[in-house]
Design a binder for this molecule. Sequence first.
Ligand SMILES: [Zn+2]
Length: 150
Amino acid sequence: MDKSEIYKDIANRDEIIEKLNEMIGEDDYKGVYEEINKIYPTWIINIIDNYSEDYKYMDSNWEIICKNLNVSKKKIILVDFIIHNSNDYKIIENICEKMTKKGFVIRRVEEFVQCVKCERIIPCKFLWEIMKIQHKLPVPENWSNKCTNC
Ligand SMILES: [Zn+2]
């Protein structure tokens, strides 16, 4: 089935959103993961602690966002599907919004690879190119699927 079908809202949407928001409000993230896995079992692909050491600026950005929100850094959640401003995916949108405000980073799985050694995440080659060439950000000279020091 197409991703745009899999992740559509389900019948008792408002009830589910309310339940999830309650759990997020109580910092019951294990409960949130379980609930999401019940509704959309393929959505959460991986839950990771941090970015590769080679992309320290991404970690610093995350830190700044969290400081401004007055929360601590939580986890990076790699997911199968993200959509913005659509009426048919309010459950997914709501999770992304509320979890981000709690200090999580939610990103599309295809945008990252995991370092084969330390398992921290590295932006895919396409993102690395944008960061390096377009935004002149401090990224490694050459792209690799493992950290410089791993
Ligand atoms: Zn590594």
